[in-house]
Design a protein around this ligand. Structure first.
Ligand code: SF4
Length: 431
């Protein structure tokens, strides 16, 4: 493989066009980017082998598709060895579907892996549509993966991955079928979010509005980041009674609102702000950090010895916690580092000392009548929805500016990590 890459799958992409050359803005090296392409091409090969052999698809076929797609999401997996292992597993699954296909004396090529260069060098519109679809199903796979670890699966969603991968490997499509496919990705994504919502709420209860402190108490602690609530639950169980406190980071913040997680008294609060600030905020931290899902930036030397990964997240030389989920190495690291000697009051980026979370659909709809009454009585004039993963660049503070200017009689709702720009602001209370 060359040491040149092409990747434009996220908003960090160089010059708002594409990361090319030897490394991406996220720190992904060209070799790794090319391996991720190879993995995606192998998944398309697997989907080709599934066509006509649907009855032979097993849980392990579905599992490798989810892992393969999820591993190529931005800031998830930088580990070439793991990616190579995944490619090997994808091909092993293909072999199970069509035994000895690779040994055929007159190969038809029908089940071959796909060369992703064929997409990257396509006509601009086709490349964009296929990319939209590909990046979309990578995100859907991440949700499906999190639901699956809690035992929640959906055949329709799994079948959609094969159908979509198959279409990505067909050259010569016009725009219309790809546009329709992109719309279908959106529909399936909603189904998948519904599935994940069911998995999380049936396992951990319906979230309740909760205030989360940004203070880190003295003594040993562990920071856990990502979306995987099962990892948090297991970590809470394994640290119970050991004098170690647990703090969420990044997208793990909503975990505080789930009754079956918030019942642990050593789940104390939240550390740090948005993912893009981690290299600054983790510098010299006196605690280990467990990455469960994504948003992993290349660790700096000042804290690289305390970064742990699990599930599909991986980075070369960082300790990975395997499927047995024995968090002993992290617990020992927390005890060795000892945490802070005094309570440390950290703040959000606007100086606030706490954040709120837990306004899921159940909580909101349970007070729907009160909200409607407040609207009718003129106590609420507008709702603003701030949705998006705010850019790492300093100038992108329009979310904060908007929210700061919202009048007292308005409600601000948030999605994704753009909220870290302002969720430590005290916006007051209505009713
Ligand atoms: Fe660039 Fe990394 Fe984003 Fe790809 S994932 S566009 S390499 S920053």
């Amino acid at each position: 493989m060359t040491n040149q890459m092409f990747c434009f799958q996220c908003e960090q992409t160089a010059g708002c066009t594409a990361c090319t050359g030897m490394a991406g803005v996220c720190g992904k090296k060209a070799y790794t980017a090319n391996l991720q392409d190879k993995l995606t091409g192998a998944l398309i090969g697997l989907a080709r082998a599934v066509e006509g052999n649907e009855e032979k698809v097993t849980e392990s076929t579905d599992r490798v598709v989810l892992e393969g797609l999820f591993s190529t999401v931005t800031n998830v997996n930088f580990n070439d060895e793991i990616l190579e292992e995944l490619i090997r597993r994808v091909r092993e699954e293909k072999e199970k579907l069509i035994p000895r296909c690779g040994e055929c004396a007159s190969p038809c090529g029908r089940n071959d892996d796909y060369d992703m260069q064929d997409i990257w060098t396509e006509d601009e519109d086709i490349r964009s549509l296929k990319s939209l679809v590909l990046f979309g199903i990578r995100g859907v796979a991440a949700y499906a993966y999190h639901a699956a670890v809690l035992g929640f699966k959906d055949d329709e969603i799994n079948r959609f991955f094969y159908k979509t991968l198959l279409m990505l490997g067909v050259d010569g499509y016009e725009k219309d079928p790809l546009l329709s496919l992109a719309m279908e990705v959106g529909e399936i994504n909603l189904k998948c979010m519904e599935l994940l919502d069911r998995a999380n709420t049936e396992t951990y209860g319906n979230p309740v509005p909760t205030t989360v402190s940004l203070k880190v108490e003295k003594g040993p602690f562990i920071v856990i980041t990502g979306h995987d609530l099962l990892d948090l639950k297991l970590l809470l169980e394994q640290t119970e009674g050991k004098g170690i406190n647990i703090y969420t980071h990044g997208e793990m913040l909503p975990a505080h609102a789930y009754p079956e997680l918030k019942k642990y008294s050593h789940l104390k609060g939240n550390f740090g702000t948005a993912w893009q600030n981690q290299q600054k905020e983790f510098a010299g931290i006196s605690a280990p950090i467990l990455f469960t899902t994504n948003c992993l930036m290349p660790p700096k030397e000042s804290y690289a010895d305390r970064v742990f990964t699990t599930e599909v997240v991986s980075y070369p030389e960082m300790i990975h916690i395997g499927e047995e989920k024995d968090f002993t190495p992290i617990i020992e690291k927390a005890l060795e580092l000892g945490g802070y000697e005094i309570d440390m009051q950290f703040t959000g980026i606007n100086g606030g000392t706490e954040m709120m979370t837990g306004f899921g659909h159940h909580a909101v709809l349970s007070v729907a009548d009160k909200v409607i009454d407040a609207v009718k009585a003129g106590q609420i004039r507008h709702f603003f929805l701030v949705a998006g993963c705010d850019g790492a660049r300093p100038g992108r503070n329009y979310y904060t500016e908007l929210v700061k200017q919202t009048p007292d009689d308005t409600v601000v709702l948030t999605l994704a990590c753009g909220k870290y720009r302002f969720n430590d602001l005290n916006l007051g209370t209505i009713g």
